[in-house]
Design a binder for this molecule. Sequence first.
Ligand code: NDP
Length: 507
Amino acid sequence: MGRKSDNILTTAFGSPVADDQNSLTAGDRGPVLMQDVHLLEKLAHFDRERIPERVVHAKGAGAYGFFEVTADVTKYTKARFLSTVGKRTEVFARFSTVGGEKGSPDAARDPRGFAVKFYTEEGNYDLVGNNTPVFFIRDPLKFPDFIHTQKRNPKTNLPDPNMFWDFLSLTPESIHQVTILFSDRGTPANFRRMNGYSSHTFKWYNDKGEYFWVQYHLKTDQGIKNLTRQEAIRLCGEDPDHATRDLFDAIERGEYPSWTLEMQILTPEQAADFAWDIFDITKVWPHAEVPPIVAGKLVLNRNPDNYFAEVEQAAFCPGNVVPGIAISPDKMLQARVFSYHDTHIHRLGPNYHLIPVNAPKNAPEVSYQRDGLMRVDSNGGGGPNYWPNSFGGPAPDPGSGEPFFPVEGLAGRHPFRHPNDDFVQAGNLYRKVMTDTDRDHLIGNIVAHLGGAQKRIQMRQAAIFFKAEADYGRRVAEGLGLDVSEVERLAAMSPEERAKATELGAY
Ligand code: NDP
């Protein structure tokens, strides 16, 4: 028989608590007694309330909703959640900044994470993207170094424009993402007013085994809206949680944010002749060459009940794919498939997939994985814990596998060697897409930030802007008070000459 009332405060083990205001003491002014088990339990639990912060994407907000298919894409993928127009799948989405700590301001200049978990009938599918279609680097060996430069100086514990720009100015492939980050898209008005992109190329395959290379674009139905530098700085001080609040309040009001999913799709034959390396995450696929097709709609319509349980403990991994969707050879994606799962095991433990927000609720786990910290389900009960077995345990389904695909070449540490250079798309963005106002803001945003770095680093970075577009480099150089002709000379150097000059301390 249960307790008389369900509303009685208890200890963690269900025993009623008689008093939650006065510790147990020896006499009314005496010391606290060790036998106050409620006090000891309360303090010990409090001492352990924090789990490790995410090393990136620590500050975030999330919500539930659904994804609805709006166009027939079955000739490209056999994913069942995409199989019928009108079909809906439950989702949980989390938005975040990248470099700041858990309490950092939402208005910081930073890419925004845009992660969506689809609870499909074939297991969870995680689309773990950003609000930018490209990234700073394209080889995962550079990732920890890059993130160190976006965080705090190891000596001063301060954000450091020297670290930030030193790395970027020595990593020219970052120019495209740097140009987006320092445009006003680097400070979206809030999470509802930004797009989400897969950034990586993924593979879709159909039930005939034909495959396609795809990129996802989740375009905001609220319309893009960004903050100016001045607005962002003000919000950082006055309302550091503005985007978290905006998402929560909009959903509470019944103003459900939505995004239209557009796909860019290339056949293997088209990809073979494509001007850009489709596995280079620093590049986009020009819309004119690969027009996006509309495929679905994402709607967020329910706030979590508990932030820690559902948002802080949410864990996404780009390796969580379902039949019909597969990983591409993009080196960054390959590394993320390892790294996200690994970091969640560190942060949440080996059984983090049992936490309700992460559990594959529409296709429950059936596996031979057992035990481990916080194994809180039946742990496979009395069934066999090995495969193959002759005791009726679950068997693999060969039909659910990705079709074989060819791989060839010499194993080695190959640099990217695609003929198109790293400056063209950043230049196109500056020249062709941005308005005069966009360019003015871009230059102002860069000068305000790069101005904090050493002059030789400013020179190197200005030369990179110059290589994307002469006017771009010239205006940054002028804004920083640099000698424009020296920047031009540096930009004209070969990579070897520039490396030598850097080594000699000239730049
Ligand atoms: P398009 O003119 O067809 O597309 C340009 C796209 O740029 C727009 O659709 C919009 O993307 C995006 N955009 C607009 N303003 C900004 C900004 N301030 N910062 C970042 N992106 C912005 O040209 P192309 O497809 O030929 O691409 C030209 C350049 O546009 C690219 O080199 C790239 O820098 C940028 N771009 C291209 C994208 C693509 O997938 N092709 C995606 C995003 C940017 P959206 O519609 O997604 O909002």
